[in-house]
Design a protein. Structure first.
Length: 169
C-alpha cells in the first residue's frame, strides 16, 4: 500500500533516510533531525512531501519517497523533483519502488506537472537498470553542481545588495 506520510511517520522517515545514506556510502551527511523533517514536511511553509510504502501483510513501513515541486524556465511549467526513493533491502523486488514511482507519476499528472526528475548515483547499477526498465531517460550530458560549506559562505559574502529582495523562504 502507498499512502501520504503523516506527522506520525517522522521517526520512521528519519530512520529510512539514515539507511539510504548508509547504502549510498554517505551516512555522515544525513544530519536532518526529526524536528527539521517535521517542519519541512508538515510545517507552515512546507518544503517537501512524502509517500510511505507499507507491507500489505504487516502494515510496517518498508519504503518512502520524498519530493518537492520545481519550475522549468524552458517550459514555463512546474515539475517534480524526487529527492529520495528508498525501499528497505528485505522488501526490494516486491514492487514497492515501482508503486512509489507510479504514485508520484500520478501526482505529476494530476498536478499538471510536465517533468518528473531525480538523480541517481553513477555506481548504482541495479537501480539504474530498474529505472531504465520503466522508460526513464538518463540525462548524461548534465553534471550536478553543489556549493556548500565554506565555499558557499565565501561566495555569499561577495554578494552585492539586492533591491526589493523577497525575504528568504
Amino acid at each position: 500500500m502507498i499512502r501520504a506520510a503523516t506527522v506520525d511517520d517522522i521517526a520512521e522517515i528519519r530512520a529510512m533516510i539514515r539507511e539510504l545514506a548508509e547504502y549510498e556510502r554517505a551516512a555522515e551527511q544525513a544530519r536532518a533531525t526529526e524536528e527539521q523533517l517535521r517542519e519541512a514536511l508538515f510545517g507552515e511553509h512546507r518544503a517537501a512531501f512524502a509517500l510511505i510504502a507499507e507491507d500489505d501483510e504487516t502494515g510496517k513501513a518498508v519504503g518512502y519517497a520524498l519530493w518537492f515541486p520545481r519550475f522549468s524556465t524552458w517550459t514555463g511549467m512546474r515539475g517534480m523533483h524526487l529527492e529520495d526513493l528508498y525501499v528497505r533491502p528485505h522488501a526490494r523486488g516486491a514492487g514497492h519502488g515501482k508503486a512509489l514511482l507510479a504514485s508520484l507519476a500520478a501526482i505529476c499528472r494530476q498536478s499538471g506537472f510536465e517533468r518528473f526528475e531525480w538523480w541517481v548515483l553513477a555506481w548504482n547499477e541495479p537501480t539504474i537498470d530498474f529505472y531504465k526498465s520503466l522508460g526513464v531517460e538518463l540525462l548524461n550530458e548534465w553534471t550536478v553542481c553543489r556549493l556548500s560549506g565554506e565555499p558557499l559562505r565565501e561566495l555569499a559574502a561577495q554578494a552585492p545588495a539586492v533591491r526589493n529582495q523577497t525575504p528568504a523562504l
